[in-house]
Design a protein around this ligand. Structure first.
Ligand code: HEC
Ligand code: HEC
Length: 481
């Protein structure tokens, strides 16, 4: 859309806003303009597409079989009592998650009354005082600062551990309901899931590798259906379950979405010059459970290939105008596949294999080809919830092993609250990495504000010794997903 020489793009909330344009890459059919800034910005004409949204690093695009987003779907309807829909916490422009920036915009626009600001799980405590604007700012600080939702789960009666003590800055958590501050996982690219939710609590039956009858999504669909039910009763505080039709609509809608960054401000179009970025190519990515399993537990499946990312090889030695940026993305992909990491003390991996040190790479854990989650359900404890990494805004829980008396302090017991098992404390799934650039902050607890912070976490956690250029290349690659 062009109007009186101004260039327009779709803003964070779908409004069209004017931007200055400087263009450095030639796309057929796009009118070029130069406005005296060397920074490459956006092409208005492509962004006029409602499937494309902008973010600070480029454009994100969602692909759907119908070619559009059907906003009459039950996904966008308030099915409960508190005004919330799925779309309250799963927004297209925020890669179908939420970001603190987006949440703050809603807070300012509505004086903290948008349906995301509800006390059941939006505030730091369900008992928080939200009677004035200033009190709301305080009450919803975890949501406003880090995009975190309070997930309440109690210690199972049969657990191998007890909750010895609670240090909750918000004075609510107890063994009956721990307050677990977690990031909304994106409601897109779901066909690649091997577990639903950070702790896989909505996986109603394990997703299976292909059987004689071929690849089956039956357990994935059953799990997503169950998740819709729980989200409607929980997040949306519905008095009754959603109808079959509503559940079917929502699952069909979300399972049809494929999302990825399509343009990087520096490297340009991510499917240009024989690269394989963007959601349309992702939608045809071959995938089944166990397709590339590091542990190779299933002998009927092909052997593990650490080279699981192969989107940007063509940019190695790129001849385009954005050559340097493109080569950085390509180098980052190679580093992701090959940079040696001595993996130590990861619960679920080192102990499971009885190997104190595993000579791995990023793809040891992020092995789903061109997607980046794990191709079998494999909850892992990277140490993110350890007391040593606690920030003062997080609750801290002291757990005691009933049998051995051992004590562990954690900000979120993760999978252990489902299984009751001591060895599952702090375990979470590795999420899908496509489109991640559009939904900071990272990790289940939002502890990494930017992708740079994710890389720094790994560099120190595993003493990798990444150089500054290597870090830059890895970030350039992650941004291009
Ligand atoms: C108040 C915010 C909120 C609302 C409303 C909400 N969700 Fe979520 N969603 C979350 C959070 C937080 C998580 C991750 C929680 C966890 O794993 O413990 C999540 C996780 C998910 C996941 C799991 C994705 C994965 O990778 O495992 C799906 C799918 C999902 N939501 C779909 C929906 C649908 C469908 C609705 C509407 C029926 C909905 N959500 C409503 C916050 C919300
Ligand atoms: C030992 C397994 C393992 C290795 C090695 C590993 N990761 Fe991860 N990664 C995970 C798990 C598990 C999570 C989720 C952890 C959590 O939030 O509790 C994760 C999360 C992430 C996230 C955050 C995604 C989001 O949406 O929050 C990014 C980005 C990421 N990893 C990139 C990398 C890169 C780059 C490397 C290599 C330098 C790497 N990972 C190495 C297991 C691993």
């Amino acid at each position: 859309m062009r109007s009186q020489g101004a260039w327009w793009r779709r803003g964070r909330h779908g409004a069209l806003i004017a931007v200055g344009l400087a263009w450095c890459g030639a796309i057929p059919g796009v009118v070029l303009a130069q406005v005296g800034t060397s920074e490459m910005l956006v092409s208005a004409q492509t962004l006029d597409d409602p499937m494309t949204t902008d973010n600070p690093f480029g454009w994100l695009r969602t692909f759907s079989p119908g070619g559009s987003i059907d906003t009459s779907n039950a996904f966008f309807q308030a099915l409960g009592t508190n005004g919330r829909s799925c779309n309250t916490c799963h927004r297209q422009e925020e890669a179908w998650s939420i970001t603190p920036a987006g949440v703050r915009t809603r807070f300012e626009a509505t004086a903290g009354t948008d349906p995301i600001f509800r006390r059941n799980d939006g505030s730091n405590s369900p008992l928080a005082d939200v009677s004035t604007l200033e009190k709301r700012r305080h009450a919803y600080s975890m949501l406003l600062n880090r995009g975190l939702i309070r997930v309440g789960i109690g210690v199972p009666a049969t657990a191998e551990f007890t909750l010895d003590s609670v240090d909750d800055p918000y004075g609510f958590a107890s063994a009956a309901e721990l307050s677990l501050f977690r990031r909304p996982l994106p409601s897109t690219n779901l066909a690649f899931l091997t577990g639903v939710m950070w702790d896989a609590r909505e996986t109603v039956a394990p997703f299976l590798p292909p059987m004689d009858a071929g690849v089956s999504q039956a357990n994935l669909v059953a799990s997503l259906r169950h998740q819709v039910l729980d989200a409607t009763l929980g997040h949306a505080q519905a008095a009754a379950a959603p109808s079959e039709d509503q559940i079917n609509q929502i699952v069909a809608f979300e399972l049809g979405l494929t999302t990825a960054q399509i343009r990087d401000n520096r490297a340009g179009l991510l499917n240009d010059d024989d690269a394989m970025g963007g959601p349309r190519i992702l939608a045809s990515q071959r995938f089944h459970v166990g397709i590339n399993d590091t542990l190779g537990a299933d002998p009927t499946l092909a052997a593990f290939n650490p080279g699981s990312m192969s989107l940007f090889a063509a940019w190695n030695g790129s001849a385009s105008a954005s050559r340097e940026e493109r080569e950085s993305v390509a180098r980052g992909e190679v580093l992701f596949n090959t940079r040696p990491i001595a993996i130590t003390s990861v619960g679920g991996l080192n102990d499971a294999l009885d190997m104190p040190v595993i000579a791995g790479t990023c793809t040891t854990c992020h092995n789903a080809p061109n997607v980046g989650n794990h191709t079998v359900a494999l909850p892992l404890d990277l140490g993110l919830t350890d007391a040593s990494r606690r920030s003062p805004d997080m609750p801290l829980y002291t757990l005691r092993n009933r049998e051995t008396g051992a004590v562990r302090q954690t900000t979120d017991p993760g999978r252990a609250l489902l299984t009751g098992r001591w060895k599952d404390i702090g375990k979470f799934k590795g999420p899908i990495l496509r489109g991640a650039v559009a939904h900071p902050p990272y990790f289940h607890n939002g502890s990494a504000a930017r992708l740079e912070d994710v890389i720094d976490f790994y560099d120190t956690r595993f003493a990798i010794g990444l150089t500054t250029p290597e870090k830059r290349d890895l970030v350039a690659f992650l941004r291009a997903l």
